[in-house]
Design a binder for this molecule. Structure first.
Ligand SMILES: Cc1ncc(COP(=O)(O)O)c(C=O)c1O
Length: 382
């Protein structure tokens, strides 16, 4: 039996709609949108526009706000963070950020551009808001929050943080890598200025495509990170102010966009609440089935509503070794180590790493029962 439980890294398998749409577009069109004026290029442009509109529907994006395509959430975060800060700014991040935020702010700090502070998330996975406003300084310009931890699945109170930040005139960027496609996201209600997503995780699309949603008024304050051809305003020597062109220099990844279009058709035909509830049920079943293994230690409170991600260690078993045994001997694919988030491991006091099981769309009851059986066997006879 082969069991894939690394959905937080990327989703596998993908809905058939993804393959169908990629094949259809690549075989029948595959021209560059926004460049040539011939009919096929215009059709390609329509496919890209329809994908933007799907993102707008899924996340209830306002008519005036913008959807920009990038290659992944890492690129989106780099564009948004580097484009919004200026020399002398103070920035806030949380202690469960992925390296795609942590390394960016650390780099900006090393370059002498910003200083930053870390909002400490509790060991149980909650973010305390009581003293939140004490972290603001006169030069605080930006707060970046991971919507849901890729290590533990805990969900951050983004709406509330956004409300407080906006009271202090601080802009908010949300890293939606894990939440997009799983949580019901309403961009109008989220109280953030930029929401960054990646196509290949719970949005079920292919790799190489991601993006960000940006409020119209904030988009004007973001400096471009990548300059180049856009197929528009070619006579001008600087990037156009027109969106999405301003942040989409170079030929678009139309194959990725076509695949994402297929994935979004699939997701929009479902209720995301049903998806997460089914996955959470499997999460709870797995937790119940392994929680009594001697020496097992889970990271964060396991009894709250969160993403279907379990991070743990079993005393006496190295996480890397355990992941290897699970894969090579039992066909169970998990992830071990720091999951690109040393900050989160500091938060959970698991600096040696953990084993992470992330449940997804195609995980079945039988697979979870099998994993429970195998982990109990390994854990009880170590
Ligand atoms: C919270 C979070 N942010 C950012 C990323 C980076 O995603 P990508 O590699 O698609 O840019 C990940 C991926 O693991 C993640 O979990």
């Amino acid at each position: 039996m082969k069991v894939y439980l690394d959905y937080s890294a990327t989703s596998f398998k993908k809905p058939n709609e993804v393959f169908k749409k990629i094949e259809e577009f690549y075989k029948s069109n595959n021209t560059s949108p926004g460049r040539g004026g011939y009919q096929l290029a215009i059709e390609a442009g329509k496919m890209v526009l329809s994908t933007r509109n799907q993102i707008k529907s899924l996340f209830n994006v306002g008519l005036k706000d913008h959807v920009i395509f990038t290659k992944n959430v890492t690129e989106s975060l780099n564009i948004a963070i580097k484009g919004l800060v200026k020399k002398g700014d103070h920035v806030l991040i949380t202690s469960i950020e992925h390296n795609s935020v942590y390394r960016v702010v650390e780099h900006l700090k090393e370059q002498g551009i910003i200083e930053y502070d870390i909002i400490q998330v509790n060991k149980d996975g909650t973010l305390p808001l009581d003293d939140f406003n004490k972290l603001f300084k006169v030069n605080t310009n930006l707060c970046i929050i991971n919507h849901a931890s890729n290590v533990s699945g805990h969900i951050m109170p983004v709406e509330e943080i956004g409300r407080i930040c906006h009271r202090y005139n601080v802009k908010v960027i949300v890293d939606g890598a894990q939440s997009a496609g799983l949580l019901t996201i309403d961009f109008k209600e989220l109280n953030c200025d930029v929401f960054c997503f990646t196509g290949h995780k719970y949005l079920m699309g292919p790799t190489g495509i991601g993006g960000f949603i940006v409020k119209d008024e904030i988009s004007k304050k973001i400096e471009t990170l990548i300059d180049g051809g856009t197929g528009s305003f070619s006579e001008e020597s600087t990037m156009p102010t027109l969106l999405p062109d301003r942040f989409e220099a170079g030929t678009l990844n139309t194959i990725g966009i076509a695949g994402l279009n297929g994935a979004l058709s699939y997701l929009l035909s479902k209720d995301t609440i049903d998806i997460i509830l089914k996955e959470k049920e499997l999460h709870d079943k797995l937790y119940e089935g392994i929680k009594d293994i001697p020496g097992i230690n889970f990271y964060g409170d396991m009894l709250v509503f969160k993403l279907p991600v379990l991070s743990f260690n079993i005393k006496g078993l190295d996480s890397g070794e355990l992941a290897g045994i699970l894969d090579y001997q039992y066909g169970i694919m998990t992830r071990s180590g720091l999951h690109c988030s040393p900050l989160a491991h500091e938060t959970f006091n698991s600096l040696n790493g953990s084993i992470r099981i992330s449940i997804g769309h195609y995980t079945t009851n039988e697979e979870i029962e099998y994993v429970i059986e195998v982990l109990n066997k390994l854990g009880n006879y170590k």
